[in-house]
Design a protein around this ligand. Structure first.
Ligand SMILES: *[C@@H]1O[C@H](CO)[C@@H](O)[C@H](O)[C@H]1NC(C)=O
Ligand SMILES: *[C@@H]1O[C@H](CO)[C@@H](O)[C@H](O)[C@H]1NC(C)=O
Length: 263
């Protein structure tokens, strides 16, 4: 009977596995830095405009390459980036798709490379200035496991020699398939300003970085602590019930003989 009192709570703890604290959460404002890299594709009716900070992509673009000037400023919890793309040809861009790359870091976690990507559709050919504001949110596909030792995940490996690797489709595939972290824009707002056609494109972003919630995998000792506490609380209940039954049986002499033979 005593064996049951010890083991039944253990079984109960296993059965109620869902109650184990396998993950924990915390809130933090991550350190997010624009790492200077971007890829931008402008789609015109009969051509493409390509601008990026990756030499392989730029040289593969040939005459589709459009040089760009990038500037950025950052505050405690915001980043402003502005991009000026020189359009020497008189082309009508109908949509733009881009990826801007950031490195983020948490106090106890080495972080990762992440990107925001988006498509902007231009309703008029004379639109030349786009101002976008958004709040950044980091979405994680699995809880943080390996804290400081983690190697910084690179979304774009700039040593790669194949231009296709830098296409939006490939970048997006890596974001979806390989990356643990995904950067999202929320509370977006966008302003379009017109300028004479032929003028340079100017795109600016203002990102604000709020405090966010992160999930991490509880370490073994953390888990053991919770499992132990849970075991103890269930054990006390079982113990109490056991004592009740024992006393009841004893007082009523139900198992009088069994009881005494064992003792
Ligand atoms: C650009 O093209 C449009 C029509 O396609 C034309 O009206 C305009 O004058 C052109 N601008 C320049 C600077 O060539
Ligand atoms: C980056 O690409 C180069 C060339 O393909 C490769 O040798 C290197 O291992 C890659 N680095 C990472 C971290 O994947």
């Amino acid at each position: 009977m005593r064996v049951f009192v010890v083991f039944l709570p253990l079984l109960a703890v296993f059965w109620s596995e869902g109650l184990w604290r396998k993950t924990e959460t915390f809130r933090e404002t991550p350190k997010i830095k624009f790492n200077g890299d971007f890829v931008i594709f402008g789609y015109a009716s009969d051509t493409l405009l390509i601008s990026s900070t990756y030499p392989i992509l730029n040289s593969a673009a040939g005459e589709k390459f459009a040089p760009a000037k990038v500037a950025h400023t950052f505050g405690d919890s915001s980043i402003a980036i502005s991009l000026e793309i020189a359009t020497t040809k008189n082309i009508t861009v109908s949509s733009l798709t881009y990826a801007i790359l950031f490195d983020f870091e948490l106090e106890d976690f080495a972080g990762s490379e992440v990107c925001v990507s988006d498509t902007i559709t231009l309703s008029r050919s004379t639109i030349r200035t786009i101002q976008k504001s958004a709040q950044i949110r980091l979405d994680q596909s699995r809880p943080i496991e390996n804290w400081r030792e983690d190697v910084l995940f690179k979304l774009i490996n700039s040593s790669r020699q194949d231009p296709k690797y830098y296409s939006m489709l490939e970048i997006q595939n890596r974001v979806v398939q390989d990356a643990t972290w995904h950067m999202e824009m929320q509370r977006k707002s966008i302003i379009y300003l017109e300028k004479p056609s032929g003028a340079n494109f100017e795109i600016s972003w203002k990102f604000s970085i709020p405090e966010m919630e992160f999930t991490y995998k509880s370490g073994f000792w953390h888990l053991a602590k919770w499992a132990w506490l849970q075991y103890l609380s269930i054990y006390l209940i079982f113990y109490w019930i056991f004592q009740r039954i024992h006393r009841f049986l004893f007082e009523n002499h139900v198992f009088f003989t069994t009881c005494c033979v064992k003792k």
